[in-house]
Design a protein around this ligand. Structure first.
Ligand code: WT7
Length: 573
C-alpha cells in the first residue's frame, strides 16, 4: 500500500468506459441488455452473439482467430467460424444430442476446441471443458458426475479416457479430432465435418438455460460442477468491452486455457462477441516465444496472469530483443498481482498492468481496475457497474472501510452461476441472506478500492490454478506407500503458492528422494499435471483433531514458522 498512485492512462485512446463514477450510478443490467443480440422472440444464445450475429456484416469477412502453435498456424474469419461451428452442431444433432445434454471437450488449445465449444452451444447442449493436463481420476470424477454423453478429444488424450471408460455408462460417443479412421467405434471429426452442412439454426435459449459448466475445487469433497447460463452473455460482453476495453480493431491475446473459466469467457466468448481479432497460442509458456508472438501479431490488448508476469520479470534482458510497442493495454487476473509487477509493467512495457478479480462461480469479472481510473498498486480495483460488493462479518453485516472480512457480492448479477450440478446443498452454502460469499478475505478502503487479503479456506492457488487440497490428499492415499496425507499451499515467489504434501508412510516404507519422485509422478497421472505436490515432507505423525481430521491449518502455520497456539484439541501432535 506504500506504492504511489498511478494516474489513469494518458494515451490517445478513448476508453470504452470513460467515467466510472457516473456509469456506476446510472447503470442497470437492463441497459446492459441493449448491447446483446436477442432473437425476435426474446430468447438468446451465446454462440449467436459470438458468431452468427456478424453474418452479413463486414465483420463476417474479417479475421476472428489467429491460431499458432510452435510448428504451424491457422487463421479463421468470422464467416469460417460460423460455418465450422454449424457443421459441428449438425454433427451433434445427427448423434441425437439435444438441449441440456452434456458435451465435454478434453483437448489442448487447438482450433477444434473453440469450434466444438461454440458448436455445442448452438445445439443448446451444455458444453464442458476439461484441462488437457487432467489425469484419469480427474476425468472420471468430472465425466461421471456430469453424465456427459459426448467427449471430444485427441488420439493421445483418449488413452487416459480408456482407463476409466467402463465407469462412464452415460458416455455414448467419443469424437476424435485427429483420426480419419477409428478403431473402437469412435467418431472421426474430420470425416463427419466434411459430410456436414454448414447451415444450422442456432437454438433459441432462455436467459436462464444452461450454456456451459466447469468443475472447480473447494476445500472438501470432489470438484463441483459450476453451471452457467446463456444469459451470462450480457456481462461477458460488456465486461470485455468496458474492462478489457475490447475494440473492433484490436489484436487481443488472452493467455488462459479454456479448461478454466478465463479461457472460456475472455478467451472464446467475449472477444468474439466484441468483434475483434483474437490470437491463441497453442504451445507452452516460453518467455521468448510469448514476446515474439506479441511482436509478430502486433498484439494490442493482452490479458494474462500474475505467475506468467512474474516469470517474465525474472528475465528483463529478453525484452531488449523484442519490440512490444504494439501493446496498448495489459490486464491480469487469477491471483494477487504484486505491486512490483505493476511497476515492472510501467518500466518495461510502458504500461501499468490492470488487475481484475472474479471466480468460476461469478462467471465474469466483478471487480476491476479500469483504463479510466487511477490505479492503487496492489488493489483489485472497484466493483463493476451493476455489482454491489461488500466486506461482511460472520453475521452478514457489512463492514466499513479499513476492516478485514469476507468478500461478498449482492446476488443476482447476470453471469452468477445458476447451480452446482446435482448439488443444491453446496449451491446454497455459498449464500448468506442476499449475499454471495466468495470465500476470499478482503478489505475496502475509504475510496472504495478493494484489497485482496487471502482465501478464507484451504483452497490452493498455484500458478493461478485452483486446486483443492482434498483432491490431492485423496489421490495421495491411493499410492501404496502412503498412510496419511495433509496438503497445503506454500507461498512461492513466482507461482503464488506451490502444493506441499505432508505424508505419513505405511509401516516398513522408507522416505527417500526416489519415493518422493515416484509419488509426484503418480499424482500427475492420477490427478493432473499441474496438481502434484512440488514439495513433499515425510512425517512420523500428522496433527489431527480428536475426530481424526488432519489439521491443514497447523501444517501451514508450522510451515510459515508461526505459533501454532493451543494444541489441546489435537489427538496426535
Ligand atoms: C479465485 C477464483 C479469475 C477467474 C479465473 C480464476 C483468486 C482471482 C484474483 C485477483 C487475487 C484473485 C481468488 C478467487 N483470484 N482473481 N485479481 N487477486 N486473487 O477463477 O479458478 O475460480 O479462482 O482466484 O482467490 O476466489 P477461479
Amino acid at each position: 500500500m506504500n506504492y504511489p498512485l498511478i494516474s489513469k492512462s494518458q494515451n490517445n485512446i478513448t476508453p470504452n468506459f470513460p467515467d466510472y463514477q457516473k456509469t456506476y450510478k446510472e447503470f442497470s443490467w437492463e441497459k446492459g441488455r441493449k448491447e446483446i443480440a436477442y432473437f425476435d422472440d426474446g430468447t438468446v444464445n451465446i454462440a449467436h452473439n459470438a458468431l452468427d450475429k456478424w453474418k452479413g456484416s463486414e465483420t463476417e469477412h474479417k479475421t476472428a482467430f489467429i491460431w499458432e502453435d510452435d510448428e504451424t498456424s491457422r487463421s479463421f474469419t468470422y464467416g469460417d467460424l460460423i460455418a465450422e461451428t454449424n457443421k459441428f452442431a449438425n454433427m451433434l444433432s445427427k448423434l441425437g444430442i439435444q438441449k441440456g445434454d452434456r458435451v465435454f471437450m478434453f483437448l489442448p488449445r487447438i482450433p477444434e476446441l473453440y469450434i466444438s465449444f461454440l458448436g455445442t452451444l448452438k445445439v443448446g447442449a451444455i458444453a464442458g471443458n476439461l484441462f488437457a493436463a487432467f489425469g484419469y481420476e480427474a476425468l472420471e470424477d468430472r465425466l461421471a458426475d456430469s453424465e456427459a454423453k459426448v467427449l471430444v478429444t485427441t488420439h493421445e488424450l483418449e488413452e487416459r479416457v480408456k482407463k476409466v471408460k467402463d465407469q462412464l455408462p452415460h458416455l455414448k460417443h467419443i469424437i476424435l479430432v485427429d483420426a480419419e479412421a477409428t478403431e473402437h467405434g469412435e467418431i472421426s471429426y474430420s470425416r463427419e465435418m466434411k459430410a456436414a452442412s454448414d447451415q444450422f439454426e442456432t437454438a433459441h435459449m432462455q436467459e436462464s438455460d444452461p450454456s456451459y459448466m466447469l468443475y472447480t475445487s473447494g476445500t472438501t469433497g470432489k470438484p463441483k460442477g459450476v453451471v452457467h447460463t446463456h444469459g451470462d452473455i450480457v456481462q461477458e460482453h460488456i465486461t470485455g468491452k468496458w474492462i478489457l476495453d475490447m475494440k473492433a480493431n484490436d489484436i487481443y491475446w488472452c493467455t488462459a486455457d479454456p479448461g478454466w473459466v478465463t479461457g472460456v469467457v475472455y478467451g472464446i466468448i467475449s472477444p468474439w462477441s466484441n468483434g475483434l481479432t483474437q490470437l491463441v497460442h497453442g504451445g507452452r509458456f516460453d518467455p521468448d516465444r510469448w514476446y515474439s508472438l506479441i511482436e509478430k501479431h502486433q498484439v494490442t490488448v493482452w490479458y494474462t496472469a500474475p505467475t506468467a508476469i512474474r516469470m517474465l520479470m525474472t528475465n528483463p534482458e529478453l525484452l531488449k530483443k523484442h519490440n512490444l510497442s504494439s501493446l496498448r493495454y495489459v490486464c491480469s487476473v487469477g491471483e494477487p498481482l504484486n505491486p512490483e509487477a505493476i511497476v515492472w509493467g510501467q518500466k518495461y512495457l510502458n504500461l501499468p498492468i490492470h488487475d481484475n478479480y472474479w471466480q468460476t462461480e461469478t462467471g465474469s469479472i466483478v471487480i476491476a481496475n479500469y483504463l479510466s481510473m487511477d490505479i492503487k498498486p496492489g488493489s483489485m480495483g472497484k466493483p463493476f457497474p451493476g455489482i454491489h460488493a461488500g466486506i461482511i462479518d460472520d453475521e452478514g453485516g457489512e463492514l466499513g472501510p479499513g476492516k478485514e472480512g469476507d468478500l461478498a457480492l449482492k446476488k443476482g448479477w447476470p453471469s452468477m452461476m445458476k447451480e452446482i450440478w446435482k448439488n443444491p446443498k453446496k449451491y446454497e452454502s455459498y449464500f448468506k441472506g442476499d449475499w454471495y460469499i466468495t470465500g476470499d478475505r478482503a478489505m475496502k478502503d475509504e475510496d472504495g478500492y478493494f484489497w485482496f487479503i487471502g482465501r478464507a479456506d484451504d483452497v490452493i492457488k498455484t500458478s493461478g490454478e485452483r486446486v483443492g487440497p482434498f483432491e490431492v490428499e485423496s489421490a495421495l492415499l491411493k499410492h501404496p506407500a502412503v498412510a496419511e496425507a495433509g496438503v497445503i499451499g506454500k507461498p512461492d515467489e513466482v507461482r503464488g503458492e506451490i502444493i506441499k504434501a505432508f505424508i505419513k508412510l505405511k509401516p516398513g516404507q522408507e522416505g527417500s528422494e526416489a519415493l518422493k519422485e515416484e509419488i509426484q509422478k503418480f499424482i500427475k497421472e492420477e490427478l493432473a499435471g499441474h496438481a502434484y505436490p512440488r514439495e513433499i515432507e515425510f512425517r512420523d505423525t500428522l496433527p489431527k483433531t480428536r475426530s481424526g481430521k488432519i489439521m491443514r491449518r497447523v501444517l501451514k502455520m508450522e510451515e510459515l514458522g508461526q505459533d501454532v497456539g493451543d494444541t489441546s484439541t489435537m489427538e496426535e501432535y
